[in-house]
Design a protein around this ligand. Structure first.
Ligand SMILES: Cc1ncc(COP(=O)(O)O)c(C=O)c1O
Length: 462
């Protein structure tokens, strides 16, 4: 298939993009004198731009394309469904695709997470979980519980409710005041652990978990509804949970009757080598929120998996969960999700991640010889590389340096060199990698080589 557009087509696209399209979380002014990157096609682990240039998709789009690009069988499943029943709501009605997918996800999920409430995105999934927690506690006679704890620098979405749970002050500030009740606790960034636990990861993890208990007591035990945690925190650059962390968090949640919500919008569907990140780290959530990888992006879908007990107050009489969105559990998206999960099974993608994750890590760890690389961390097919000014002291970059390094150089240089990944400074500066789950050593090597050359050049610019 030809991917190159003619010169005239490229110019026309650029003009329309600059005049009419508003990119998300993007300084539009940065495209005043340069082209908007336009991706026109994907195949396997690669995507192609309007000039036909190839890029390794080291971020799976945006932590989405688990099975890779260009899978016609998944696209065709969506087309067949659109022809048969393009749309019907889940408000009072059901359709076979939502029913079958709900059953399949329940069977895959850990423990008694047997009920699926679909949404169309991750933010909606997170917000639905908070709303369910609030209404559930009102229904069982604990109406004072509305607060939610989440970790510093964690990203849980952008709609106002989800944003109140998000722990990134910079993206919240323009929208204050946000819904009341969001409370921050420390994250599990062991590289920047407080000194008194800096040499003992287990002690650090227990301290971080115990901070959740201290926050519950500080806020008032009867006011806290839920704790929202990702299995492995994305924002900040891939913070895995220290040993024992989630087990202690589970104990704390049980002790105070607080719901544990595992926000697996990124970590589910193979990212960590399991269908759910909570399986990998052996804890039982009360709610799992998901999106992204459930369809590998062939259509949008999100949702939450809920424990049987949370549904109980809504199963009798007039009780109704007063929440819904038009496109939740869209038939095309559900059909696509089923076809996506068929690919997972047929190609044993979980097995592929588990077989190759150590090689992926080892390949990235070769970059440790560069002076700018402070730490490589993560699990599965999900890694962050923290960039530092001084390896020995772990000194980070100041705001100006970070701006020049990340926005001024790295983002463009990595893209120009043919690697899509993320240079992010919402915490300390990091590069993030989260490639399709079909990647093998040749792709790890390509990532390492491009990163090596671009990071080496970056060091000369500091
Ligand atoms: C952990 C987590 N929760 C929620 C969201 C929000 O998902 P969406 O962008 O689909 O609304 C994201 C998005 O990246 C996420 O990473």
């Amino acid at each position: 298939m030809s991917t190159a557009y003619s010169k005239d087509e490229i110019a026309a696209l650029q003009e329309k993009a600059k005049r009419h399209l508003w990119l998300h979380f993007t300084r539009m002014s940065s495209y005043a004198d340069s082209d908007v990157p336009v991706i026109v096609r994907g195949e396997g682990q690669y995507v192609y731009d309007q000039n036909g240039k190839r890029y390794l998709d080291g971020l799976a789009g945006l932590f989405v394309s688990q099975i890779g690009h260009g899978r016609t069988e998944v696209a065709e499943a969506g087309a067949r469904q659109a022809a048969q029943l393009a749309y019907f709501p889940l408000w009072s009605y059901a359709h076979p695709q939502a029913i079958e997918l709900a059953e399949r996800l329940s069977a895959m999920a850990p423990g008694d997470l047997n009920r699926v409430f679909f949404t169309s995105s991750g933010s909606e999934a997170v917000e639905s979980a908070w709303k369910l927690a609030k209404q559930y506690f009102k229904a069982i006679g604990e109406p004072g519980r509305y607060k939610v704890l989440s970790r510093s620098i964690a990203y849980h979405g952008t709609s106002l409710g989800a944003l109140a749970i998000t722990g990134l002050p910079g993206i919240k500030e323009p929208f204050e005041p946000l819904p009341a009740g969001g409370v921050r606790v420390p994250n599990t960034n062991f590289y920047r652990a407080p000194e008194f636990v800096a040499n003992d990861e287990t002690a650090f993890g227990l301290w971080a978990a115990d901070e959740i208990e201290r926050a519950i007591l500080r806020e008032g035990e009867q006011s806290v509804a839920a704790v929202f945690l990702e299995p492995l925190q994305n924002s900040g650059g891939c913070f895995p949970p220290p040993p024992g962390y989630f087990q202690r968090v589970r104990e704390i949640c049980d002790k105070y009757g607080v719901l544990l919500v595992s926000d697996e919008v990124i970590c589910a569907f193979g990212r960590l080598g399991y269908y759910f990140g909570s399986e990998r780290y052996a804890y039982q959530p009360d709610i799992i929120t998901f999106a992204k990888g459930v369809t590998s992006g062939y259509a949008p879908l999100g949702g939450m998996l809920v424990r049987d007990a949370l549904m109980e107050p809504f199963s009798d009489g007039h009780a109704t969960f007063l929440h819904g969105v038009t496109f939740a559990g869209h038939p095309v998206s559900c059909a696509v999700a089923m076809a996506n999960l068929d690919v997972f099974e047929k190609e044993d993608l979980l097995g592929n991640v588990r077989a190759h994750e150590s090689a992926f890590r080892a390949t990235l760890e070769k970059l440790n010889d560069l002076p700018i690389v402070g730490e490589v961390r993560g699990d599965g097919y999900f890694y962050g590389i923290e960039l530092v000014k001084d390896k020995a002291t772990r000194l980070t970059f100041d705001d100006d340096e970070s701006e020049r390094l990340l926005r001024g150089f790295l983002s463009h240089a990595l893209f120009d060199a043919g690697l899509i990944c993320r240079a992010d400074d919402r915490g300390d500066p990091v590069i993030q990698l989260s490639p399709p789950l079909t990647c093998t050593q040749e792709h790890f090597d390509e990532m390492e080589q491009i990163l090596r050359s671009v990071l080496t050049e970056a060091w000369t610019k500091i």
